[in-house]
Design a protein around this ligand. Sequence first.
Ligand code: C2O
Ligand code: CU
Ligand code: CU
Length: 571
Amino acid sequence: MKTTILILFLAVTSLLNAQNQLLIPGTISGTDFDLTLQNGTYQFYSGINTATMGVNGDILGPTLIMNKGDEVNITVNNQLNDTTTIHWHGMHVSALNDGGPHTYILPGESWNPSFTVMDKAGTYWYHPHLHMKTNKHVSLGIAGFIIVRDEEEAALDLPRTYGVDDFPLAIQTKDFDENHQIVVPSNSDDVVMVNATIDANLNVPAQVVRFRLLNGTSQRDLNIGLTGNETFYQIGSDGGLLNEPVELTRLELPPGARAEILIDFSNMQGQTMYLMSYASEFQNGIYGATYPGMMTMMTLDGYNPNPINGTDFNLMKFTVVAPTGNPVTSIPGNLVTVTPIPEADADTTRNLTFTPETMGPNQLNGLFLINGVSFDMNVINYTIPLNNTEIWSITNQSAISHPFHIHDVQFFVLDRNGVPPPPGEQGRKDVILIKPQETVRFITKFEDFANDPVPYMYHCHMLVHEDGGMMGQFNVVDNSVGMDETKNSSESMSVFPNPAPGREVTVKLIQENAGILSYELYNIAGETVKRNTVDSDLSTINVDLKGVNSGVYFLKVYTEDKVFTGKIIKN
Ligand code: C2O
Ligand code: CU
Ligand code: CU
């Protein structure tokens, strides 16, 4: 009896002290990236298999290291049983290469985007984006880092040896059921992990070390800090380096956002330190605070019993070991020159308002709307002229904070309720947390890519909200080519039958008498599979699908001065 108790005691204490070495994802560098999405099993808890999804492995995905200016070719092979998509979050690519919800990869199929890397050196990431399935696919494990390098960054005295003095840290919280399987969706995400490692330890050299933080949670805000309120330095935001390091003791990181930080471990050899989230300091009305709504009577199912809400908790541990040869030992004074777009340059201001679908105390468990509507795959919410500079003014009239994200561009925050942002929020960003009663204004320019048959997305990066329709879409249109891209293809062009079982479909322009001159059919990779001249004086034509494999296609129909876009599903 006594021995049992002793063994039990030893088992419990060793469990409490158990540290697992931090998983560091492998890398793929260069211009060709082969990614296979697969089902797997992973031992978050030793000896226990949890069903997961991963990229080229059982969990997470390799870190893709790209150089600015390179043309990269990516193959995404979907070996899951689910249709999905892969989106390059934060990167400036054409809508066809962006991997949004229109760019399906069916099970067993591949997608081959290719693009020139136009982004500044920074930390981006990739994740699935199928409408209503994003949370499931991300929570089960599909997420990876993209590190972009460029000459400007290479000239700085910064740590940049991956896995030695430069580490990606994907912070996530998940809910496991009694069989240790991941529960999605859930507001009981009480298991904290970094790079899929629970109770992670990382041995760090006694010098300046760089961390690329990603909030990869479904919906939880993080208030990053170190044990004992030690200082650290933010050097980068979502879209690259800041002008200069910002000395901090706290960094608020909403879902989807990234930050690069430096921690100076010099003279700390033999000591330990924790990376933490100081969630006790969150005001209510944030997922992660004691109460997720502004008023304490408002809550989410399963939220209140979750012990990590409103408390300070450890994310992972650093154990400081001997320095490397040639260590970086000081924090640089200056970094790069990032010049925000002046407010006076704006051509257009757009107002967006967040509201709950149902008002009242139970609103947090419901859906959220942007400008009163829910996401509709067939509705283009904004048509934006190419090279337009825009202010987006976003007001949150719901009781919970929402991390707003937009594709295609990086933006500069102008102000929060009229107050300019703190230095860490003055760089290029693609996610911004908008708190209840707050209006955040940012400015951005829509350059380079236009007239794609698929739109770009903007949405809340709480994946539960996004899947629930808190999302909209926009086209960027180049009017200088004489084309007037239509606002809403489902209202301006009809395709029938669709899905198309046979060898042709009929396409009819609605409210348009102009004759159709030609059409083009693209696959989801953006490759042209048919191009025909019709030269008809009719607004109804038959589109030939002979030899076209089953799948999803985009159709562009040209009249003399307009182009119409639509989607065809070939059975
Ligand atoms: Cu990180 Cu539209 O997503
Ligand atoms: Cu994105
Ligand atoms: Cu939201």
